[in-house]
Design a protein around this ligand. Structure first.
Ligand code: DC
Length: 224
C-alpha cells in the first residue's frame, strides 16, 4: 500500500488539498483531526473539561469512535450516531487540541489510523502522521502557511457555514492551537526528518494542489 503522510498546523489547507489530490489518485483521504474532534465532542457532551484526565481515560472505555467512508467522504460516528457536522465548531476545535495532549486519547486512536493505512492506499493528514502513526510512510509532507493566512482561510470557512465569528478570535485560536499542538509532551507537531516542506503562504488553492501533486508524483517515481 502507498501511504502519504501530510502533517502541519491548523488551517494550512491540509484537508482540502489532501482530499482533492487523493480523489485524483484514487486513494482514500483520512482526516485524523476528525478522530480527536469526535473524542472532544464526547468529552464536552459528558460535561467534562480537558483537565479531568482520569475521567476522560475512563470514558474512552465506554466510547465508540467509528470512521466510515460514504462515496469516498469520511463520516465520523460517535457511539453509533453520525457527528460529522457537529465536530466543526470552534469550541470542539479547542477541546480537540486540549484532549489530544492526553496520552490515553492518542493511544486509543492509534490502531484505527494504522489499520486504515495498512488496508488502503491513503493520504492521511494530522500532526504526527509522519513521526508517530506511519513512520514508514513512503511519502511525508509538512504543509504550512503563515498564521494570518491560515486564520483567513478558517475565518472564510466558518463564515461560509453561517457561523458568527470574528477574525481576531480565529487568529488567536490558531496561535493557541499551534502552541498547544507543538509543545505537548506526546507526539507534538513537528516535521518528520524525512519530510518535504511545503509552504502555501499566499497560494491559490490550485497552486497548493500543484505543489503537493508534484511532491507526491516525484516520490512515487522513486518508490516504484
Ligand atoms: O486537524 P484538526 O484541526 O481538525 O485537528 C484538531 C486537533 O486535533 C488539533 O488541534 C490537534 C489534534 N490532532 C492531533 O493531535 N493529531 C492529529 N494527528 C490530528 C489532530
Amino acid at each position: 500500500m502507498i501511504n502519504v503522510a501530510i502533517d502541519g498546523p491548523a488551517g494550512a489547507g491540509k484537508s482540502s488539498i489532501a482530499r482533492f489530490v487523493a480523489g485524483k489518485l484514487g486513494y482514500i483521504y483520512v482526516d485524523t483531526g476528525a478522530l480527536y474532534r469526535t473524542v472532544a465532542l464526547k468529552v464536552a457532551n459528558c460535561g467534562l473539561t480537558a483537565e479531568q484526565k482520569e475521567d476522560i481515560e475512563a470514558l474512552l472505555g465506554t466510547t465508540t469512535v467509528g470512521i466510515e467512508f460514504v462515496n469516498g467522504e469520511q463520516r465520523m460516528m460517535l457511539d453509533g450516531a453520525d457527528v460529522t457536522d457537529s465536530i466543526r465548531t470552534p469550541e470542539v476545535s479547542m477541546m480537540a487540541s486540549a484532549v489530544s495532549a492526553i496520552p490515553a486519547v492518542r493511544a486509543y486512536l492509534l490502531n484505527t489510523q494504522r489499520r486504515l493505512a495498512a488496508e488502503n492506499n491513503v493520504i492521511m493528514d494530522g500532526r504526527d502522521i509522519g513521526t508517530v502513526v506511519l513512520p514508514d510512510a513512503q511519502i511525508k509532507i509538512f504543509l504550512t502557511a503563515s498564521p494570518e493566512d491560515r486564520a483567513t482561510r478558517r475565518f472564510d470557512e466558518l463564515k461560509a457555514k453561517g457561523m458568527d465569528v470574528n477574525y481576531d478570535d480565529v487568529l488567536a485560536d490558531i496561535k493557541t492551537r499551534d502552541y498547544n499542538d507543538s509543545h505537548r509532551a506526546v507526539a507534538p507537531l513537528k516535521p518528520a526528518p524525512d519530510s518535504v516542506f511545503a509552504d502555501t503562504t499566499g497560494n491559490e488553492f490550485e497552486q497548493s494542489v500543484a505543489l503537493i501533486e508534484s511532491i507526491i508524483n516525484d516520490r512515487l517515481e522513486e518508490v516504484k
